[in-house]
Design a protein around this ligand. Structure first.
Ligand SMILES: [Cu+2]
Length: 136
């Protein structure tokens, strides 16, 4: 009887801990595409949108499009911090799924192109998965 009580208390404690440290990891579908933008040196290809916000533990499904008629026939989809280095050809969307590691340091990471140094990277902004409790 005493043991049952203990296990009940332990379960309750674990539940409370679970609620306090509730994480908000989610599924995200992200569509990226090549776009021409003007830079100081002229025109360059840019991955757009330029900024993508995700959280630690999020499962991401990227669909990467290259539908520009001008310029290179393919571009790179390059996220070194997530060990992704793929090639995306014109009019052949590439699907890449990846989970942001729960221990990935919050901050900004490049989504670049490993083939073209002038290709402007988009920024993957990784935020902490811990939900912040407002303090009063
Ligand atoms: Cu490129």
């Amino acid at each position: 009887m005493k043991e049952a009580m203990m296990s009940y208390r332990l379960t309750a404690l674990l539940l409370i801990v679970g609620i306090v440290f509730q994480v908000s990891a989610a599924q995200q579908e992200i569509s990226l595409k090549t776009e021409m933008v003007k830079t100081k040196e002229g025109e360059a290809v840019h991955w757009m949108p330029g900024q993508i916000k995700v959280k630690q533990g999020d499962h991401l499904k990227f669909t990467v499009h290259h539908d520009l008629d001008a310029g290179f026939d393919f571009h790179g989809f390059f996220i070194p911090s997530l060990k992704i280095a793929k090639q995306v050809s014109r009019h052949k969307p590439l699907v890449v799924e990846v989970t942001i590691p729960k221990d990935m340091k919050p901050g900004e990471y490049d989504i670049g192109c490993q083939f073209h140094p002038k290709h402007v990277p988009a920024k993957l902004q990784v935020e902490s998965a811990l939900t912040e409790t407002p303090k009063h």
